[in-house]
Write a protein that binds this ligand. Structure first.
Ligand SMILES: [Cu+2]
Length: 123
């Protein structure tokens, strides 16, 4: 092997390694985006009901509520809930989101229709 072809082969290895590292970091970035997207969960409010009576999520999950009823509802933590939150009045099409960071049970209701109740279990 001539000196020039040795140099060329070393350069080729470096380029291949850089390409591999680039590919790995691209895949890693993709994975991060996917897990971030996975950490958003939607609860629909429809016919005066929350779509999930008891929703289990992992810490760091953002829960998004969407009111699809043609009248107002709220998403309000009950006393004894692990965390406090209150959406205020949500009209049709309004969204409310809350990030659950710590393990625990967040029980909530609609202040306007207090029999509408559900909970988020963070574990
Ligand atoms: Cu309501």
């Amino acid at each position: 092997m001539s000196r020039r072809s040795i140099v060329r082969s070393i350069v080729r290895s470096i380029v291949a390694a850089a390409g591999f590292v680039g590919l790995v970091s691209a895949l890693t970035a993709c994975g991060d985006e996917r897990s971030a997207a996975d950490r958003r969960v939607t609860v629909t409010i429809s016919d005066s009901r929350f779509s999930e009576d008891e929703l289990h999520v992992s810490p760091g999950t953002v829960v998004v509520w969407e009111n699809t009823d043609p009248y107002d509802h709220t998403v309000t933590s009950r006393s004894g809930s692990a965390v406090d939150f209150d959406s205020g009045d949500l009209s049709e099409g309004d969204l409310f989101e809350f990030e659950f960071d710590e393990p625990g049970v967040a029980s909530y209701l609609c202040r306007i229709h207090p029999t509408m109740r559900a909970s988020i279990v963070v574990e």
